[in-house]
Design a protein. Structure first.
Length: 670
């Protein structure tokens, strides 16, 4: 019997895979042994929890206990432990972790994480200078007297026993709740106040932002618990063997079910309570994609079961949340931000050289203008942001009263304001451009839902700009793969950013992406790369809700009648351009895994396109040609092609529809 070279290589791959899996399983065997350890916890872990930012720095982690020690001379001591004190001695923070343990702990924490974890926080606007400072003010202020006397957040953070475990921040849609939560989570005063509560015990904090416009993990209970556990365990590594005592076979990726995650969170909170305090910050309960009453009960049960846990929540003042948290310490944000809005409007208008010349001509009228903006906003910070931007875009004012007149044209209701920006005050050409840009976002979301790859729904500015301008720049794209120059990146991205600001009236924005640096070959990305990898998103949930209304979508599409524009074809073209003109350095290799999401999206966009069939065939062929330049072939392997990776196992490769892997991939994606 003779084996072909391909059979031999397939067997080698299988043996190597088994070897790695065996090594990893052996390394994790310590966790399985914990099952047999009779550890008395001192109290039952509460099981009545419903199946439910300070981002920790790695150098702030608590030292982990040694699993080698656990399986050595201390095994008998663990088995005979009947008190919490004995368990704490075994899992002390003074023991030293082995490299093996650290690797496994890193693996578990990374497996809990998901790629879109930080997307929402990065998209939340950073608080403007001088805004929200009242939240931590020490001195009584007549403006906030009623709130400070009974519902002070500072008082709640530092309070001891006999204090409500939940603090509720409520506010109208667009009032700035997420911005305030981000401000609080990253403020040094928050930790100072919480340490007064924790005293000499360990202080552990974590945060989460629900986001209805994000991925499944960003709007569900599973994502909530995964995000919290990732942060909590990263700070208290020595608890990992206790939180995850039952170890399964190690795989490249682990799928987590809700009961398992809930049990893990219960275990963490139970053990963390032995000499520790935990404070959680959860934003956007109203953006939870499930039964609001269920998530309410989850958090209420959490603080009822664990006296060492506090939770600061934020949401719109919906009935369910008001009924649940209305008697807790709370604040209504839209009632407390008038001064913040005055600062914001004044600073932004005064920051424009031409506007400041107009305002200084009549300071009394200018003061009235600022107050009129804030009064009309009625507590909705988003309204102030969009209207101030509109005033700045309009420009060319003769006097302040002309600015007053233009201000009066803006409706106070958010949906009416969006209608004004996109239709009532816009030219046909502006609405047409805005329609194209909105359709690109919608088409990408449609493709991501079809492929169940929601993480790709949030596009980078580079891929969005290439889709937006592909007809204008097609002649500039190199025929062979070549890294885009910083000059080209900045030029192309800035054109689309300007369109987002003017034609879309700021309803679509860009924000930095912390994940982007992981894709780059250099440790520090250049300004051009940072710009290209920045994310494109709606400025607020209310914009997405508005654009989802059938009559709004129909009205936008009416402006496209007679146009050859097709969003899926544009996005397919963008993917091809990204492969030929990448942001990062071009080095041919055999690592194609990072590109699979975009490859599958390319085929999906081609399938969902309503026309341009001939163009799609050309684009898919060009995608293949460009990817072949990224792929280092092995002459010893028959039909060695990047598409073979899609058919990873030998069994799959034996049953290809065609001998050519690319044709087989195309057929399977049709």
């Amino acid at each position: 019997m003779f084996w072909s070279r391909e059979d031999v290589e397939a067997l080698e791959e299988r043996i190597m895979s088994l070897k790695l899996e065996l090594e990893a399983a052996t390394s994790l065997a310590y966790s399985e042994a914990l099952i047999s350890l009779d550890i008395s916890r001192g109290k039952e872990t509460p099981n009545n929890l419903h199946s439910l930012d300070e981002r920790p720095k790695r150098n702030e982690r608590s030292p982990e206990p040694s699993i080698v020690t656990l399986f050595g001379k201390d095994v008998a001591r663990v088995q005979n432990a009947v008190a919490v004190e004995e368990v704490d001695k075994v899992y002390s923070e003074d023991t030293v972790s082995t490299d093996h343990e650290t690797t496994i702990q890193d693996f578990l924490v990374e497996a809990i994480k998901f790629s879109s974890m930080t997307d929402r926080e990065e998209s939340v606007t950073v608080a403007h200078s001088k805004t929200f400072e009242w939240i931590f003010a020490d001195k009584p202020n007549p403006v906030f007297q009623r709130w400070q006397s009974k519902n002070s957040l500072s008082g709640w953070l530092q309070s001891g026993e006999h204090q409500e475990g939940i603090y509720w921040i409520s506010g109208k849609a667009g009032s700035g709740k997420s911005t305030l939560m981000r401000f609080v989570m990253h403020h040094a005063q928050k930790m100072s106040l919480l340490r007064s509560w924790a005293r000499n015990e360990r202080l552990i904090t974590a945060g989460f932002y629900f986001w209805i416009s994000g991925t499944l993990e960003q709007r569900t209970q599973t994502g909530l618990i995964r995000h919290l556990l990732a942060q909590l365990l990263d700070q208290q590594r020595y608890l990992i063997p206790l939180v995850f005592p039952y170890t399964r076979t190690v795989k490249a990726s682990i799928s987590w079910d809700l009961p398992e995650l809930t049990a893990a969170l219960n275990s963490f909170l139970d053990y963390a309570g032995r000499g520790g305090k935990v404070c959680l910050f959860i934003d956007g309960l109203d953006e939870f994609a499930g039964d609001h009453q269920q998530i309410v009960e989850f958090f209420k049960d959490c603080v009822a079961s664990y006296s060492h846990v506090k939770i600061c929540l934020s949401s719109r003042p919906l009935f369910t949340f008001r009924a649940a948290f209305g008697t807790n310490p709370n604040l209504e944000l839209h009632e407390l931000t008038r001064r913040d809005m005055l600062h914001f409007a004044q600073d932004h208008l005064n920051g424009d050289p031409l506007i400041i010349q107009v305002l200084t001509k009549d300071e009394e009228a200018a003061s009235k203008l600022i107050k009129s903006i804030v009064t009309a906003a009625d507590g909705v910070f988003l309204w102030v942001l969009l209207v101030v931007q509109s005033l700045l875009r309009r420009g060319n004012y003769q006097d302040v009263w002309q600015m007053h007149e233009y201000l009066g044209q803006h409706p106070t209701d958010l949906d009416d304001l969006f209608t004004y920006f996109l239709f009532d005050s816009a030219s046909n050409n502006q609405t047409l451009i805005a329609s194209r840009l909105f359709q690109l976002i919608h088409a990408r979301q449609e493709a991501c839902y079809a492929t169940r790859h929601e993480d790709a729904a949030s596009m980078s500015l580079w891929e969005f700009a290439l889709a937006d301008q592909f007809e204008e720049i097609v002649g500039q794209i190199p025929k062979d793969v070549q890294q885009a120059s910083e000059k080209d990146i900045i030029r192309i991205c800035e054109v689309t950013k300007t369109r987002l600001s003017r034609e879309c009236a700021g309803l679509i924005v860009t924000h930095s992406s912390g994940l982007s640096t992981g894709m780059l070959r250099r440790n520090t990305p250049s300004p051009a790369e940072q710009l290209g990898y920045s994310k494109v998103s709606y400025v607020h949930r209310t914009v997405k809700d508005f654009l989802s209304l059938p009559h709004v979508r129909s009205r936008l599409l009416e402006h496209m009648v007679g146009s050859s524009f097709e969003p899926h074809t544009s996005l397919l073209t963008s993917i091809v351009f990204q492969v030929r003109w990448p942001l990062d350095e071009f080095h041919p290799n055999r690592q194609i895994d990072d590109r699979w999401p975009n490859i599958i999206l390319a085929f999906t966009h081609a399938r969902l396109s309503l026309n341009h069939r001939q163009s799609q065939l050309v684009l898919i062929a060009e995608l293949d040609r460009a990817l072949c330049q990224h792929w280092v072939s092995r002459q010893s392997i028959e039909h060695d092609h990047w598409a073979r990776n899609h058919f990873s196992s030998y069994e799959k490769r034996k049953n290809l529809s065609f001998r050519d892997p690319f044709l087989s991939l195309s057929a399977s994606s049709a």
